[in-house]
Write a protein that binds this ligand. Structure first.
Ligand SMILES: [Fe+2]
Length: 236
């Protein structure tokens, strides 16, 4: 499996608070059958200078982590991405590609309830017009998810779902409603720590295999593979 949304990099955001936590989170993912983890720390892209500062901070954290796991087989491969907080029109930033999933034009975007949904839709559309492929983080979390998905129906967008959503019956019921609005979904852990927001890709996949069998390969393998290889995302 691949995990394309995680906060495993140490010392950079509200994810892994230190190297020890980071290593334990990665080990936990590997034990669950996750062979590739993309580190997607939060980036508040207020302006293009803030993007450059973030990218440098991310590089430092990533290099420290790689030194720790060098030549050890009990850790997954780690790639870079980011979770970009949408608080303005970032489509004009000339360094926006540095926030995409490594060597692709897919970009993970986080929405906020503080901004009017139609405004967010416009910003996402502008990003897509520039040739990027938006991946909307945990779309199921927002009260306005249906509006967003309806208004973006003409745009090539992937919706990411947190894997924890598969674990309870109430959440699965919610997912069924969310899945009605689109046909491209990706499941990822969004793991932050070792206690309240852990990696649960294996139990989630097991349940998804039973309850959402047609979508399961796209959610847990084929969608992520398409993103990492910069190919078109599969539909179900
Ligand atoms: Fe996240």
């Amino acid at each position: 499996m691949f995990d394309l949304h995680s906060h495993v990099l140490p010392y950079i955001d509200d994810g892994a608070k230190d190297m020890e936590t980071s290593l334990a989170m990665l080990k936990m993912a590997k034990e669950q059958g996750v062979n590739t983890v993309v580190a997607t720390p939060h980036c508040v892209a207020k302006d293009s200078m803030a993007v450059d500062v973030f990218v440098e901070k991310r590089r430092e954290s990533y290099e420290k982590l790689l030194l720790e796991i060098k030549n050890k087989s009990d850790y997954p491969e780690i790639l870079l991405g980011s979770e970009v907080y949408l608080c303005g029109d970032i489509s004009e930033f000339e360094n926006l590609s540095s926030l995409c999933y490594q060597n692709t034009n897919y970009i993970l975007l986080e929405m906020t309830e503080d901004i009017e949904p139609s405004q967010t839709v416009e910003w996402i559309y502008n990003i897509s017009v520039k040739g990027y492929r938006p991946v909307i983080a945990h779309v199921d979390r927002y009260s306005f998810y249906a509006q967003i998905m309806r208004e973006l129906s003409h745009v090539d967008v992937v919706y990411q779902i947190n894997s924890s959503r598969f674990l309870t019956m109430t959440d699965r019921r919610h997912l069924k409603n969310v899945f009605k609005y689109h046909n491209k979904f990706l499941a990822s852990s969004d793991m932050h720590n070792l206690t309240s927001r852990v990696c649960n890709m294996a139990p989630a996949r097991k349940i998804a295999q039973k309850k959402f069998s047609t979508m399961c390969p796209m959610l847990f393998e084929e969608g992520a593979e398409a993103i990492l290889n910069n190919r078109a995302f599969p539909e179900y």
